[in-house]
Design a protein around this ligand. Structure first.
Ligand code: F6R
Length: 600
């Protein structure tokens, strides 16, 4: 996820801003850059590592802004790295988030301005340039421009002849650090924690003017005073934003990740979705079969999508473990759409399967988190899940973002094929919009999950059951637990228990059962009774069933229709995390596993 830093003071701006970028490295990035201001702007930026970015010391520099970029609009190239400047090189801008309406401005500005990047950010620099040309002061110029933008973003701007930095926040975090002789800016306190623990968090709509010895903040027409707070973290803890592990941090980032996946893509009123895909109605109607290829957690997201696509887009779907995939000769490549689901975009098994499909002449789409990855480049089309970087080896937020993005793709295809009415599509999109809030409710209940995990941590094995949309989630719940706790865990379709696995069930094998919308909960209840009568404790993850007589422990899932199983999965992630934490496992780097599996 992108990171912003800023510094105003008499120190060595170059060294201080570079170090604060290093502090933000943990967020993940693919390019970095810095702008330093003395009489002119000195901008240094490039794709790749911060260590490779050479920023000379500028002795008279009075301030600097820096950025780590995680690509969303445009590949990770030098030109697309931030800061971005205007045509006159008087303004430098860094930006986190997504500007939904940037294309409109880009069209309008194209004739009178020269664009040097593919980013949404660059329009901000050119819009500010126009304001300054009209005699507007930088602070007001930023305010005017921000009022024109839609989306979620945080920006920092400086300009030749200006004293300090202007920062603006809209749904993307920014924090100011107050030191004795300097002022800092960061996407989080990690950026400057070694200099000060006294901070002010900006709120949505805030525009702050940051100088070395003062900060003034306005929100709309009002001047506002924001409280100064003392951060209790030391530099070590702050590295992971205050969380003990990246995995827990990433579990908690899911409401934001889902919002990013939806941002600018849905119109609830008309029931339409814009994924920047150029698939004609004729082509969509001609598809006979979708083949989904993926591995591990991404495979389970694919199983979830298959249910959605069959139900709402009226398409036959087959889901393939990528390493097992063959494009069968009896399938018509012209009528087969192959979707590779892959967080990293680099998984060797999935890449090989994608190449097989491509070689057979099928049209391919990559659904991935990683801009510029091999599969994003090789597939005919790409849809980004926009999770931000995931550093913990166990996939968490990317599963949620994959399912959300694949749901958008389902609505898109369903509408193109006339198999999904606009009213049904609107309902699905409304449910999607409610997912971030529902996940937050689950996260707020974490202490109950932790207590439950501690109670059952020493069990012989763990079983997860669910039907329909609950089945891939039960598989994913078991995978998460086994990979980070090293315990035996298995997921089953509820109906399969009696065909074998029931022999494993004892008083010391807790069963986590998913009973929500879309999971045939009443049928799963029979399976709950089967395991209860063998003495197994049952943890019900449910929005549907009156918990009292049935479950030993209940995790309540807020009602969000067919997205409930994805929300239920957040309980399973937290459960796995706390079981593993109880056992002091290496949660972020489980033994024998790697984040990006680039070998077959
Ligand atoms: C499990 C996990 C893996 C990945 C799998 C595919 O927590 O992370 O199962 O899902 O290796 O990786 P991607 O999605 O990068 O293709």
């Amino acid at each position: 996820m992108c990171g912003i830093t800023g510094y105003v003071g008499d120190g060595d701006c170059s060294a201080i801003v570079t170090k604060s970028l290093k502090n933000l490295e943990y967020r993940g990035y693919d390019s970095a850059g810095i702008a330093l201001l003395d009489d002119v702007l000195h901008i240094h930026k490039q794709s790749g590592q911060i260590d490779d970015l050479t920023v000379p010391s500028i002795p008279n520099a009075s301030c600097g802004i820096g950025h780590t970029r995680w690509s969303t609009h445009g590949a990770p190239t030098d030109a697309n790295a931030h800061p971005h400047s205007d045509c006159t090189e008087q303004v430098a801008v860094v930006h986190n988030g997504i500007i939904d309406n940037y294309e409109t401005f880009k069209q309008e500005l194209r004739d009178s301005h020269t664009f040097t990047s593919e980013t949404d950010t660059e329009v901000i620099a050119h819009l500010i340039e126009d304001e300054l040309k009209n005699g507007v002061q930088l602070r007001d110029a930023v305010e005017n421009v921000v009022s024109m933008l839609s989306g979620s973003f945080a920006i920092a701007v400086t300009a030749v002849g200006f004293d300090g930095i202007i920062a603006a926040r809209q749904d993307s975090p920014l924090v100011i650090g107050h030191a004795a002789d300097a002022t800092f800016l960061g996407s989080d306190v990690t950026a400057f924690i070694e200099h000060t623990q006294t901070v002010t968090f900006l709120e949505d709509g805030d525009i702050a003017h940051i100088k070395a010895d003062s900060v003034t903040i306005a929100n709309g027409d009002e001047h506002v005073e924001r409280e100064k707070q003392t951060v209790e973290w030391n530099a070590d803890a702050a590295e992971k934003g205050g969380y003990d592990h990246y995995m827990r941090k990433e579990i908690h980032e899911q409401p934001h990740a889902v919002r990013q996946a939806l941002s600018g893509r849905i119109n609830e009123l008309s029931g339409t979705v814009d994924l920047d895909l150029d698939l004609s109605e004729e082509y969509c109607k001609s598809i006979d079969e979708i083949q989904i290829i993926a591995c591990g957690t991404s495979y389970y997201a694919g199983l979830y999508a298959a249910e959605l696509l069959e139900q709402h887009a009226d398409i036959r779907v087959s889901v393939h473990i990528a390493s097992e995939y063959e494009f069968r000769a009896n399938r018509d490549p012209w009528r087969t759409l192959v979707i590779a689901v892959t967080q990293s975009g680099e998984t060797a098994d999935t890449l090989r399967a994608l190449r097989k499909a491509d070689g057979a002449g099928a049209r391919t789409i990559a659904v991935t988190n990683t801009v510029g990855s091999t599969m994003a480049r090789e597939a005919n089309d790409t849809v980004y899940i926009r999770s931000g970087p995931e550093i913990g080896v166990a996939a968490t937020k990317t599963f949620a973002s994959q399912v959300i993005t694949l749901t958008l793709l389902t609505v898109y295809l369903g509408r193109q094929r006339n198999s999904l009415a606009s009213s049904q599509a609107s309902t699905i999109l409304k449910e999607l919009s409610a997912v971030p809030g529902a996940i937050q409710q689950v996260l707020d209940a974490e202490s109950t999950v932790r207590e439950t995990a501690e109670e059952f941590a020493n069990s012989d094995a763990f079983f997860f059951i669910g039907r329909r949309y609950g089945h891939p989630v039960s598989l994913e719940g078991a995978l998460k637990l086994k990979e980070i706790s090293y315990d035996h865990a298995e997921g089953f379709a509820g109906g399969e228990l009696k065909h074998g696995p029931l022999a494993l069930v004892t008083e010391n094998t807790p069963v986590l059962a998913i009973l929500t919308e879309g999971t045939n909960a009443e049928d799963t209840l029979h399976n709950v009774k089967e395991v209860e009568s063998r003495g197994a404790p049952v943890i019900g993850v449910t929005s549907e069933i009156d918990p009292n007589p049935v479950f030993d422990i209940t995790f309540r899932v807020p009602e969000v229709g067919l997205m409930e199983p994805v929300v239920a999965n957040v309980y399973l992630q937290l459960f796995a995390y706390h079981v593993a934490d109880q056992k002091d496992r290496s949660i972020d780097k489980p033994r024998n596993l790697a984040k990006s599996v680039t070998v077959e």
